[in-house]
Ligand binder design. Structure first.
Ligand code: DC
Length: 228
């Protein structure tokens, strides 16, 4: 395709959005942005400042401090991937841990957090040639994206995939804990007041419960071809 486009990928937690989004970006020579990493970065910041107590965020204090947060992505040449930075500190490993996953929903439901991050995300996409994944990319961040995909998979299959990933990283987790986290996040994501997770009317549905990586990539590349 000659003209660069915006590809918005939304969907449920742990359904492999980032894996497929990265592969498409690589294939097309596009930038890949993981918007969930930005919500995770703010969550980590809030946790470090003890602003999340008993599942409640000290919103006033976080709002006061939020201008001190700078989120960026830098390419790691060794690992061949973009990594997330919070005020110039590499936080890529820390933001994937279960304690951040447990708290991120309380941060991502805050209006002032979403407004800040949506602006940042729109700015990153102003030259197009971008693949962004998240929950509100096709509905709020880029409502006129040329290609919108809504991904999902059975929650047990998603939990199994995340469990395997965390165990391989050496994290001490159990399957029930992961499944509960996946289902809880689905519920909160879909039912929150601010930008709830929903399929944009013009998004294409991709259920990958029974598809491998290559099948998903081929499915999306075919859709991109049909746009020309
Ligand atoms: O994609 P992820 O699981 O890393 O995202 C972490 C959390 O951030 C997820 O529970 C929902 C939230 N999120 C969001 O509300 N909007 C986005 N665009 C991306 C993520």
């Amino acid at each position: 395709m000659k003209n660069k486009i915006i590809i918005a990928i939304d969907g449920h937690s742990s359904c492999g959005k980032s894996t497929v989004a990265k592969a498409i970006a690589k294939e097309l020579g596009y930038i890949y942005i993981d918007s969930g990493a930005m919500y995770r970065a703010i969550t980590l910041f809030a946790m470090r400042h003890k602003l999340i107590i008993n599942n409640k965020v000290e919103t006033k204090k976080l709002e006061e401090l939020i201008d001190n947060i700078e989120i960026s992505f830098k390419y790691n040449n060794g690992l061949l991937k973009y990594e997330t930075y919070l005020n110039n500190e590499n936080i890529e490993t820390e933001i994937r841990k279960i304690d951040v996953s447990e708290n991120v929903s309380y941060i991502s439901e805050l209006k002032f957090v979403r407004e800040l991050l949506v602006k940042l995300q729109q700015d990153l996409g102003k030259n197009k040639g971008i693949v962004m994944d998240g929950r509100d990319i096709g509905t709020v961040v880029f409502p006129s994206a040329e290609l919108k995909i809504f991904m999902t998979a059975d929650s047990k299959i998603r939990a199994q995939r995340r469990y395997k990933e965390l165990i391989e990283k050496g994290d001490n987790v159990n399957f029930e804990e992961i499944l509960n986290n996946v289902e809880k996040r689905d519920y909160i994501d879909q039912n929150r007041k601010e930008s709830p997770l929903k399929k944009a009317k013009d998004a294409l549905l991709l259920d990958n419960s029974n598809l491998n990586h290559k099948e998903q990539l081929d499915w999306i590349l075919k859709k991109i071809d049909s746009l020309v």
